[in-house]
Design a protein around this ligand. Structure first.
Ligand code: ZN
Length: 858
């Protein structure tokens, strides 16, 4: 599952798929923000606490999260619930201003037009704000939660001091904008709105089943732009208006007071005309003012939930009490049943408001529009139910405000008092609970007499608790390059999660790979390395791309062949960067000097050869693994010598027509372990031989190289050859097979605890317990495409090898370029003389003569 798939799973509420996400550190804060912003939707299946600490992206946390989620656990997560008033310490918190009495204004009133709000509401608001976001550290969050509880405690105290005359206060909404919302806004802005600033209709929703301690959130997600989109089950929809400005200036200079007045007037008109009675959704309006900086993925926004105000507040006749304290379980059950039946009748899963009549164990419910028929008896007790997103035992949520204004406007003149049920309906551990709903009685003022629109409040405060916009930086989630990176990583992590739990990906991803040759093999190796998440890939090649290349070499296209062709190494590096910008790819357009290809034509050619050697030495130094992917035998010689001397892992791949060999060169032991004299090395080898027979249990440092099996030194193989012999003409699939095997061999070697020193697995080991989580670590893979067969031979290092024998390495290490120049400029007899191959040839020939003479005697 990729990052995108996670986002999709979250956006579509597909929580089953979330359970498939690996326990990985890659699952970062930005994912979690998505999880959190989906919080309310999650509540329906299993809930999490949205105020997760930053440590929650650890493996342990995510593991617990998955397990609990799988068990269907919906209890509050991780953070202790806010302390009850009685449990609060009495010492004032350092940054909390002393609460001041604040009764007639709403709790945390969001009103820019009216005078500055009190410290009380500012503190509360800031606490809310931080609650609504998974930002900052756990400590500060807990502290703020703490402060919030203190403020609430102080308010309760104040209320109890002056009973009877307290005024109703409301918990404001907190905006919860999903990353998916911003993503969709970006798409709309780019493809549809462009410079159009006209208001757009959008849709949000709120939920009444949150655990204690959560702010009342109004959530907007990717579906907000589709007004006909289905509202999540058990959530209440809210219709809003989006004002997206083209510039930051117009965002700042927008007349917020005017916007609020306009929205308030619309609500007021809906109340007066009666349309709000038919459709109570008209009371749940909101506005969103935005500016999207799409270059930086910074989004500025300001939310507003217009609420009409009673000039003198709303006197509380009877303080709020939990439903569970007022009614018996059977009465509560009857209430629940009546609510469910009304929902069912209306074909919805949530009702924003409803009318209630109860008597003993019977509860009747009806819609707001049926008021006159429902409450026929003038002396009857009037109870209004409201779907309440709030969580506080003492305060109703914001949506009640406009409902009360409507009730006052229409029936206030003949109502002495109204009972309000703030319906809160949560399911915890599979058990539905509405007992924490609150019920209270208020007195409705004579609003009906005034024809003018009442004053309205509603702009949301920012994170600092002041009147100002908020900003969200989504560069991490929205930048496609980063998205690609985390997707690649996530894909690999999936392997570790179930299939190969012990896979050490870091060893693979951090491997710096040098690819000598950017032809058919080089292209296939590079692509497979990218698949493994390798981030450092360097090409060396001296050829240009020709017209025959693109069909077999997957990093090139026809365009690359035009006007002489681009240099392969550079074009390959460019293409890798295009395929995946997260890769660090480089190309070096240079030749590798070869034995039997003289460089002593002039001073210039000598200097060039010296430069090339120095460059190659430096490149091999700077990488961990050297891939030999050239198309001639002799071009592999120099890098094989340098890499053997520098103790770098070499992976070699070579093609025939329908055969290939992929091998790792033996990795010599570090130099300090061999003091240089042959005596000590013979001691170690005799000890090693105890556990190894000729072709089994051969440790990596005793394995041969590409040249070890040869009794002829490399020379100019292109001389005296026809065209089909000069170029590697092979079956087209062969390079991809061999290239892929070369990388897989590298990965297997890296997974072995001893790396390049790993004992070579042979074909005989196929039935044995594999040495790594990925299986065998062979020395060679020889493939025969005609038989669709691979074998895994193992061969020892040859003490007369022209590339890795101690004689050659000593000469190279002591004489450097002078020695190399001799090799380049001489025929192969030079190396053969040096290593003793010449002598061996003579002995062999002598032996053959003896054999033949034996035959003749028979
Ligand atoms: Zn060798």
């Amino acid at each position: 599952m990729t990052h995108l798939a996670i986002v999709k799973a979250l956006l579509h509420g597909n929580f089953r798929r979330l359970l498939e996400i690996p326990t990985s550190a890659l699952f970062t804060q930005s994912h979690l923000r998505l999880v959190l912003s989906k919080h309310s939707a999650m509540q329906q299946s299993w809930s999490i606490h949205p105020t997760l600490p930053s440590s929650c992206h650890t493996k342990a946390w995510w593991k617990r999260y998955r397990i609990r989620a799988a068990l269907g656990d919906s209890g509050p997560w991780h953070i202790p619930p806010p302390l009850a008033a009685a449990q609060l310490p009495r010492t004032p918190a350092p940054h909390t201003p002393t609460p001041t009495p604040h009764s007639h204004r709403a709790v945390g009133s969001c009103d820019p037009g009216v005078s500055a709000t009190s410290a009380h509401s500012a503190g509360l608001q800031s606490a809310y704000t931080s609650l609504g976001r998974a930002e900052g550290d756990a400590g500060s969050k807990r502290r703020q939660l703490h402060e919030l509880s203190k403020i609430m405690a102080a308010t309760e105290k104040h209320n109890s001091v002056e009973p009877g005359i307290s005024k109703l206060q409301f918990v404001p909404f907190t905006s919860a904008l999903d990353a998916g919302f911003w993503h969709e806004l970006t798409q709309k802005k780019l493809n549809e709105y462009r410079l159009d600033e006209s208001p757009k209709v959008i849709k949000g929703y709120y939920y009444n089943g949150d655990p204690v301690g959560l702010p009342a959130r109004l959530t907007l997600e990717f579906s907000a732009f589709d007004v006909n989109a289905v509202t999540p089950a058990h959530c209440c929809p809210a219709i809003g208006t989006l004002y997206n400005t083209n510039t930051f200036e117009s965002f700042k200079s927008c007349d917020k007071k005017l916007l609020l007045e306009k929205a308030a007037n619309e609500i007021w008109e809906a109340i007066k005309s009666g349309t709000a009675l038919e459709n109570p959704m008209l009371l749940n309006k909101f506005m969103l003012l935005t500016f999207a900086d799409l270059k930086k993925y910074h989004f500025y926004y300001w939310f507003c939930y217009p609420a009409l105000c009673f000039t003198d507040g709303i006197p509380v006749v009877q303080q709020p009490v939990p439903l569970g304290e007022r009614f018996s379980p059977s009465q509560i059950q009857a209430l629940q049943k009546a609510y469910d039946e009304l929902c069912q009748k209306e074909g919805v899963t949530a009702l924003p408001c409803f009318l209630i009549k109860y008597h003993n164990n019977s509860v009747l419910m009806s819609l707001l529009k049926n008021w006159n028929e429902f409450f026929q008896d003038p002396g009857e007790k009037v109870t209004i139910g409201v779907y309440d997103p709030g969580n506080f035992a003492q305060y109703p949520g914001w949506p009640l405000r406009n409902i009360l204004v409507l009730a006052a406007q229409r029936w206030g003149s003949h109502l002495h008092s109204v009972e309000v049920l703030c319906f809160r309906d949560r399911t915890m551990q599979g058990v539905r609970d509405v007992t924490h709903s609150i019920i209270f009685e208020i007195k409705l003022s004579q609003l009906a007499l005034s024809p003018d629109c009442p004053k309205a409040v509603g702009w949301e405060k920012n994170q600092k608790g002041g009147m100002g916009p908020r900003m969200v930086n989504l560069s991490e989630c929205m930048d496609p390059k980063r998205l690609a990176e985390s997707s690649v990583d996530l894909n690999l992590k999936l392997m570790c999660w179930r299939l190969v739990p012990t896979l050490d990906l870091e060893k693979v991803v951090s491997a710096k790979c040098l690819l000598l040759g950017a032809g058919t093999l080089g292209c296939s190796v590079a692509r497979t390395l990218m698949g493994w998440g390798v981030r450092k890939i360097t090409f060396v090649d001296n050829a240009n791309i020709s017209y025959s290349n693109p069909v077999r070499q997957p990093l090139y296209e026809f365009e690359d062949c035009l006007s002489g062709g681009k240099p392969k190494a550079l074009a390959a590096a460019d293409r890798l960067q295009k395929i995946f910008p997260g890769v660090n790819a480089e190309g070096f357009n240079m030749s590798i000097p070869m034995p039997g290809h003289p460089v002593n034509f002039s001073k210039v050619t000598m200097e060039q050869a010296q430069k090339d050697v120095a460059q190659l030495e430096q490149l091999i130094d700077a990488h961990d693994i050297v891939f030999l992917l050239m198309d001639t035998r002799e071009s592999r010689w120099l890098p094989a010598v340098i890499a053997a001397s520098k103790r770098k892992l070499v992976i070699n791949a070579a093609l025939g027509f329908d055969t290939f060999v992929v091998m790792r060169h033996g990795l010599k032991k570090p130099k300090q372990q061999e003091p240089g004299d042959s005596c000590s090395s013979s001691i170690t080898s005799s000890a090693d031989l105890l556990g190894s027979s000729l072709f089994s249990n051969i440790p990596g440092y005793k394995l041969g190289c590409y040249f070890c099996n040869d009794v002829v030194a490399p020379g100019d193989s292109t001389r005296d050859r026809t065209l089909d012999q000069q170029c590697t003409v092979s079956r087209p699939g062969l390079a991809m097979i061999a290239g892929a095997l070369a990388v897989e061999l590298m990965v297997s070697v890296l997974q072995h605890p001893e790396g390049g020193y790993a004992v070579a697995s042979s074909s005989d080991d196929r039935m044995n317990e594999p040495p790594t989580s990925l299986g065998l670590v062979p020395h060679q893979i020889r493939g025969f495409l005609s038989r669709f067969d691979n074998v895994l031979p193992v061969s020892l290092a040859f003490d007369k090898c022209t590339a890795c024998s101690p004689k050659v390495l000593d000469q190279y290490e002591h004489e450097g370029f002078n020695f190399l120049a001799k090799v380049f400029n001489s025929s192969h007899s030079f190396l053969e003389d040096l290593t003793g191959l010449t002598l061996l040839h003579q002995e062999t020939q002598a032996a053959e003569i003896w054999d033949m003479s034996d035959d003749e005697t028979v």
